[in-house]
Design a protein around this ligand. Structure first.
Ligand code: GDP
Ligand code: GDP
Length: 437
């Protein structure tokens, strides 16, 4: 199920990342007392009253050049309009409405998307009169919040969830594999799309996805139907925006949410850089099937060990995604290109695989017999049974005497056993522990 996307926009220092952290409940992004700080962590998943959504702190998006602040703010707002379903427009009660706020508002007027004005730094709830001047934007009732105290965040979340759209999940038939290509600029995503489509490119017409304005490209190969998600994004956007990491990450978010299989494209010529990790991390968190595509293999000087060495490097860098297969190819020469789609098909199957409860329990019982759960303060975890409750990704619930006794390392052990037994290649699997005595 694709999660709707919420974007927080606003000028620097109003408290976007503070509120972002409050919402995702973890201190994942860096808050510092100076504007323009580079933040790694701009994306998180939240859930309020059973309504899940992705949230992006566009404050992490900075670009170089003159007039940086204004240009960045403008870009953030435009990006939010294109990519988000709900926009939180963050302002600062202490400074009141500023020129830069007006600029943002001007851009947001054109969006036609729900905009919620959050007025931060209302640290004293008696001072909610501070929000009045923000009515002037005309986006409805502003919500007073305090990132420092956490007040008003519940109201803000209510405002967000009230405006979340119902996203259609039946855009494509169940048997169509939805594929997204992600990766930093210039790794060869567009070239790969063209290479995959090959001659068919001319006869395949792009269809507008029913959700929002994404353009997807359907095609069929060897009896399997696929759709390349949001290929428009790859083609129409200017390289100015694309070269900004955070921008490309946010662009990728929506494609990831809508995909079954995510191809993490890496430039084989340059090797792996930090940015590749961020991008792959989103695919992992979103629970999508994934594989690594090492492109530009034509220009890599190689011998019989090069591939194995490169794969080892990938494994070292992407410890959280050891399940993802690696395909080496060249979009340019089409060398090894034929290897790609069979792997895509295979991981898509694993992603939607359902294992029978009795088989799963056989594996869990064997795992427990070989390596019993450790005791904690004299108490031992007892596993009653396990069952798969969902696919895409495969999600298991393990019923135990006391979930507190399930340690991360033991859960990891069970996951590895389940993986090995059912060959869940290319897909993350989720394990939840629930009480049942
Ligand atoms: P961003 O640039 O919009 O992401 O803003 P930050 O979240 O980095 O916050 C900018 C500054 O405002 C930091 O010094 C925060 O500690 C401070 N700040 C954030 N929220 C509040 C608040 O509710 N009240 C007050 N007084 N300061 C806040
Ligand atoms: P994108 O920004 O990820 O969509 O990357 P592009 O598809 O625009 O490719 C960026 C550059 O890399 C272009 O100059 C391509 O011609 C080049 N390129 C793409 N794939 C390959 C490849 O397999 N081998 C070589 N040598 N160059 C490639």
């Amino acid at each position: 199920m694709a999660r709707p996307v919420v974007a927080i926009v606003g000028r620097p220092n109003v408290g976007k990342s503070t509120i972002f952290n409050r919402i995702i409940g973890d201190r994942l992004s860096i808050v510092e007392d100076k504007p323009g700080i580079t933040r790694d962590r701009i994306y998180g998943v939240a859930d309020w009253n059973g309504k899940p959504f992705s949230i992006i702190d566009t404050g992490g998006i900075e670009i170089d050049g003159e007039d940086v602040i204004l240009k960045s703010i403008r870009m953030q707002a435009e990006l939010a309009i294109e990519e988000a379903d709900v926009i939180v427009f963050m302002c600062d009660a202490k400074s009141g409405v500023t020129q830069a706020d007006e600029e943002v508002a001007q851009i947001l007027y054109r969006s036609g998307k729900p905009v919620i004005v959050a007025v931060n730094k209302v640290d004293n709830i008696e001072r909610s009169d501070l929000i009045y001047e923000f009515y002037a934007f005309g986006f409805g009732d502003p919500i007073a919040v305090s990132g420092s105290h956490g007040t008003g965040v519940g109201d803000l979340l209510d405002g967000i969830t009230d405006n979340l759209p119902e996203l259609a999940d039946d855009e494509y038939d169940e048997d169509v594999i939805r594929v997204a290509l992600i990766g930093r600029p210039n790794v060869g995503k567009s070239s790969l799309v063209n290479a995959i489509l090959g001659e068919e490119r001319v006869i395949v017409s792009d269809v507008a996805g029913t959700t929002r304005d994404a353009i997807d490209t359907p095609f069929e190969r060897d009896g399997q139907r696929y759709v390349l998600i949001d290929t428009a994004g790859m083609r129409k956007r200017g390289k100015v925006y694309e070269t900004t990491e955070k921008y490309s990450v946010m662009r990728a978010m929506r494609a990831i949410e809508r995909a079954d299989v995510v191809l993490v494209v890496i430039n084989g010529e340059e090797g792996i850089i930090e940015q590749d990790k961020h991008i792959a991390g989103y695919a992992y968190e979103a629970g999508k099937a994934s594989l690594f595509v090492v492109n530009k293999w034509d220009v890599v000087e190689k011998d019989d060990k090069t591939m194995r060495q490169f794969e080892t490097k990938i494994r070292d860098h992407f410890l959280f995604m050891t399940y993802a297969p690696v395909v080496f190819l060249s979009a340019k020469t089409k060398q090894r290109l034929h290897k790609l789609l069979p792997v895509v098909q295979q991981v898509a199957q694993q992603h939607s695989m359902r294992v029978q409860t009795h088989l799963l329990n056989d594996i869990v019982s064997d795992a427990v017999a070989i390596n019993p759960p450790p005791t904690d303060k004299g108490r031992r975890l007892r596993i009653n049974y396990a069952t798969q409750v969902a696919v895409k990704p495969p999600t298991m619930v393990v019923f135990v005497n006391d979930p507190e006794l399930m340690h991360f390392s033991y859960e990891r052990y069970l996951e590895n056993k389940i993986r090995a037994a059912f060959n869940f290649e290319g897909t993350p699997i989720r394990i939840f522990t629930r009480r049942k005595s």
